[in-house]
Design a protein around this ligand. Sequence first.
Ligand code: ATP
Length: 388
Amino acid sequence: MELPEVEDNAEFLERLMEVTSRSLPQLELQEQYTIIKELGSGTYGNVLLAEHRERGTALALKLMPKERTERRAFLREYCIALCLSAHAGFLRTLPIVFESPTHFAFAQELAPAGDLCAIGLPEAQVKRCAAQLAEALDFMHGKALVHRDIKLDNVLLFDCECRRVKLGDFGLTRLEGTPVCAMSGTLPYAPPELCLLEASETLELDASLDVWAFGVLLFCLGTGCFPWDVAVSPDPQFEAFGAWQNSTVPGEAPAPWRAFGPAAQEMFRRLLTLDPNRRSPAIEVHKYLPLVWLASSLRELDGAGGLRGQGKRPKHRDCPYKIGTSGHPTPPPLPVLERRGGAAPNIGEAGPPALNIAGARAPQENITRRPWLSGHLVHWVRLQLMLC
Ligand SMILES: Nc1ncnc2c1ncn2[C@@H]1O[C@H](COP(=O)(O)OP(=O)(O)OP(=O)(O)O)[C@@H](O)[C@H]1O
């Protein structure tokens, strides 16, 4: 039996969410996993480091309180995360999903080096991040998905040299064309077209929104600072940048942008084009990888933890592990297991839905990938769709 033809991505997502919802185990807290510590928390929930009691496997468990989370929102985030797992640029989502009386939860692979908030990186590492994130964005944009929350906190590290970084957190991800209101997304990363929206207005989602946030993120990585507080007047940093962008013959770049050489300045002007219709695609960053990014006057600072410009600094964090003599990162020892707040939560294992969104663009070739759908996932999806 073939998978049914799917007319469009929205319909496919809806069906996948429906299938997942019907097979979602409802569990009391049992004795399957031990919660070790909190890895992070955000607006929508907590991410915990958990360990399977019998197998000893560690994973990241995203818990979303039911009192603040709509069932549909949880299902959407899980299904999109699972779909994007096919690409090496995204956190791998595991077929472990459940609801308890108080929470929704799903599991993802553990990113042992945390997120990208330890910023101010040497040029080589910034470029590594840029290359991998551009691939990831190209992949999801090719599937008409807009992440909407590109920021340092949502880039997860698998080593301290940024050889493997992945994008996570698909809580705000929607299909292109979805109308969104003002103030969705994180302020310093929000593009002007979003910042300028009136409360009564909506904007049709477009990949260019992620590209702008990607440009801001790369600036943060290179300098250790945000380029502005918010991308509208009268923010002085943004006004100076806007004037530079609008000038027909661009003169000297505003001060913070002089940390970069001409090639990187051109790249930033393309990623941060004020008109979203003329903004370059994220993948165009690849064109600039062979060129020097830092300004020649500042290159001696490279490798000393990055540059330090002016402006509002993103938070900093120490790298949780050292690079071993082999050149490979040495994972940190797991913390001593300790149970927090009584019984450890239990995690149910549901059959894994998987998603092959219609209209997929061929992925780029220069990055390791898992197959889009493995054999048993195809079998599982077929079974579920037969039962629909
Ligand atoms: N797989 C993982 N491995 C290690 N740490 C993780 C993992 N997933 C998330 N984290 C940590 O938990 C933090 C919060 O995760 P996440 O962004 O998914 O939560 P959120 O509630 O959706 O946050 P936000 O408010 O940004 O939307 C991340 O910034 C990161 O530090």
